[in-house]
Design a protein around this ligand. Structure first.
Ligand code: SF4
Ligand code: SF4
Length: 472
């Protein structure tokens, strides 16, 4: 197999030999300060880096250069995303699954875990609970099971979610994280009005992949790895990729992740909309110590910084798998979206008594959404509930064009302020309201155009009077 980013064959665009070559090259040059400085200069142009150059930065051992990598990642994040952080929550629909993934408690052989699938009434209750927290953006999750979770069920759930309007609440964007499927199914998801289709590769190493997925349809490496191409053929413009760090060597995964991004850009003209950086976590029947590739917080943060530099215009997501301390550090280095107030169990937002029974992983950040919003503002960020882009048709290359030119901030920033105001009025605690109003007042002054400032002031006044859902 020969490396070819334009190929549609998994083993050619994620080519094992090319990844091993890249990791070898990065290790050989990890102390090559001249080369590292050259790569940093290139990165400062904010056009991204290819997987080879980015891998050299990841391998770098020189303290002063590592600081430069962090500083540059922070600067790029500010330039492209400003200080807004978009919030979302996962919604687990069903934990029935026919796959045998060794790192996930939903694997078919786990007989300890209760199996549960939400009815449409239960979906509606979960959505109301999520709306009552203040969420506007969800990522739905379901195991792979053609009998229990067919595409028809997923589509019904999406319909239910969008149909619920409780008090001032509304879910305005549903992202979907379900198993690799057919072009036809992806088209149906597109027609149902989904935001991003998310599918983690878990590991790019084919041998490891097949070992970790011993049974079930997910065992097929090519079917899984080529899923994003089918999703894009089905009309889904925005796709989210990610690996489960800890399953295989992080340098290998990092190169594979960037090669996947390069492939999507080369073939479809648009790279991934988001990259997620989950790490293997403890769960029922799962002990992270069983995976000997776990990586420490320092390297985890470095990976985030190098992703930020390599693909400046791709959103980066971190979940409540991580502790507040790690989240704080990594957000600064490039994360643009985080989950908050999450439950990772089926029906977990309503079932207060036993919400942990069906959890996919232990949540390390157990704060409420209000607490997360409050914390973000104290750390200097604007918590945002914005969902404007796909509703305004800014998806795929239209989105990327705005993002690459740095123009998207002109939408993100005012939208963050207006959606934060909605949250303050409808869901926030007293202290969060006080703090939030100060943040809004301060941040209006940071909108470059005085005309836009006036529009935002006018809309904020109308939101206070009861109007909702303004957007740029
Ligand atoms: S990771 Fe997904 S496919 Fe694998 S067992 Fe868990 S729910 Fe099923
Ligand atoms: S304007 Fe678009 S990119 Fe910016 S926060 Fe809203 S949805 Fe995201």
């Amino acid at each position: 197999m020969k490396y070819d980013k334009n190929s549609l064959k998994a083993e050619e665009f994620i080519n094992d030999e090319e990844i091993n070559e890249t990791v070898r090259y990065a290790n050989e040059h990890k102390d090559d300060l001249e080369l590292i400085d050259k790569i940093l200069e290139k990165a400062k142009k904010r056009k991204g880096l290819d997987h080879r150059d980015a891998s050299v930065l990841l391998a770098c051992t020189d303290g002063s250069r590592i600081r430069k990598i962090y500083d540059l990642a922070e600067q790029i994040k500010k330039d492209f995303y400003g200080n807004r952080i978009v919030l979302f929550a996962p919604l687990y629909l069903s934990n029935y699954c026919v796959n045998g993934c060794l790192y996930c408690p939903y694997h078919i052989k786990n007989k300890n875990i209760p199996r549960k699938k939400l009815t449409q009434e239960e979906v509606a209750k979960e959505v109301i609970a999520l709306q009552d927290m203040g969420h506007k953006r969800l990522a739905i999750e379901a195991g792979e099971d053609p009998v229990n979770n067919p595409i028809k069920y997923i589509l019904e759930c999406i319909d239910t979610i969008y149909s619920i309007k409780h008090k001032n609440g509304a879910i305005r964007r549903v992202n979907v994280n379900i198993a690799a499927t057919t072009v036809d199914d992806y088209r149906k998801l597109k027609d149902a009005g989904i935001g991003t289709y998310i599918l983690f590769q878990e590991t790019y190493n084919k041998t490891e992949y097949e070992r970790l997925h011993p049974t079930g349809p997910k065992h097929d490496y090519a079917w899984h790895t080529e899923a994003m191409d089918r999703a894009m053929d089905g009309g889904i413009d925005d796709v989210g990729i990610g690996v489960l760090f800890g399953l295989d060597n992080y340098s290998y995964e990092f190169a594979g992740l960037l090669m996947h991004a390069e492939h999507l850009e080369a073939v479809h003209g648009v790279g991934p909309h988001t990259i997620s950086v989950p790490r293997v976590k403890r769960a029922d029947d799962i002990d992270p110590d069983d995976f000997d590739n776990s990586l420490d917080d320092e390297m985890f943060c470095r990976i985030a910084a190098c992703i930020r530099i390599a693909v400046p215009y791709t959103g980066m997501i971190i979940s409540t798998r991580e502790t507040p301390e790690v989240r704080e550090k990594i957000i600064r280095l490039g994360v643009s979206q985080i989950s908050g107030g999450s439950r990772t169990s089926v029906g977990g937002y309503c079932e207060e008594e036993r919400p942990h029974d069906t959890e996919q992983f232990d949540v390390s950040d157990n704060r409420t959404l209000d607490e997360v919003v409050n914390w973000l503002m104290r750390a200097g960020y604007i918590p945002s509930f914005c969902t404007a882009c796909y509703r305004e048709g800014r998806t795929g290359d239209r989105f990327m064009e705005l993002c690459k030119s740095g123009q998207i901030q002109n939408c993100c920033h005012p939208n963050a302020l207006m959606t934060l105001k909605e949250f303050l009025l409808d869901y926030a605690s007293e202290d969060t309201v006080r703090l939030g109003d100060e943040v809004i007042e301060r941040e209006i002054g940071n909108i470059p155009s005085s005309k836009v400032q006036d529009i935002v002031r006018d809309r904020l006044a109308r939101i206070t009077e009861g109007d909702r859902d303004f957007r740029f």
